[in-house]
Design a protein around this ligand. Structure first.
Ligand code: SF4
Ligand code: SF4
Length: 152
């Protein structure tokens, strides 16, 4: 796909970061598979789960599980118009406060990874009373601002 594409955009947490299965990176695959599957010998899997960008150059990454439709539209229109996609690099907390959502750790003592997670979902999980588990990946150290991060 890289060789035949002028622009390559990876979409979703699995493509952009290795996904939930990357949690087993650094562990013994056989032991993990044995804990999950009744017959792990039938499983054919790579030893690690890695982002596509670790293997071929990519032009942009759309993070999240699911990705955000506003970011998807921004990437599509930007590349069609021949400009850089503009995606802010702040943390989920800023979107949470912009929506007026009561902070879950403060008000209910629930864990939430919003302070260190990249924005874009519109604080989806906190809006339903559930802490963020970080599916958009790290916020790149820009809690209240920042520049486009998806254009590589
Ligand atoms: S609920 Fe989570 S995302 Fe929202 S302000 Fe609190 S820590 Fe941040
Ligand atoms: S709140 Fe966190 S876990 Fe939920 S969709 Fe947004 S980034 Fe993903």
């Amino acid at each position: 796909m890289r060789e035949s594409s002028r622009v390559l955009v990876t979409i979703g947490a699995c493509a952009a970061s290795g996904g939930v299965q990357a949690l087993r990176n650094g562990r013994d695959l056989g032991a993990v598979a044995g804990a999950v599957y009744p017959r792990p010998e039938l499983l054919a899997a790579l030893a690690t789960s890695t982002p596509i960008a670790a293997h071929v150059p990519v032009d942009a990454e759309l993070r999240g599980c699911p990705v955000d439709k506003r970011q998807l539209l921004e990437v599509l229109t930007a590349f069609l118009a021949g400009r850089r996609p503009q995606i802010r690099a702040h943390a989920v907390c800023l979107e949470c406060k912009q929506r007026g959502i009561v902070c879950l750790p403060v008000a209910r003592g629930l864990p939430c990874m919003g302070p260190i997670t990249h924005a874009g979902c519109g604080a989806l999980c906190p809006s339903y009373g559930r802490g963020c588990f970080g599916c958009y990946g790290p916020s790149d150290g820009a809690p209240a601002g920042g520049t486009s991060w998806i254009y590589r």
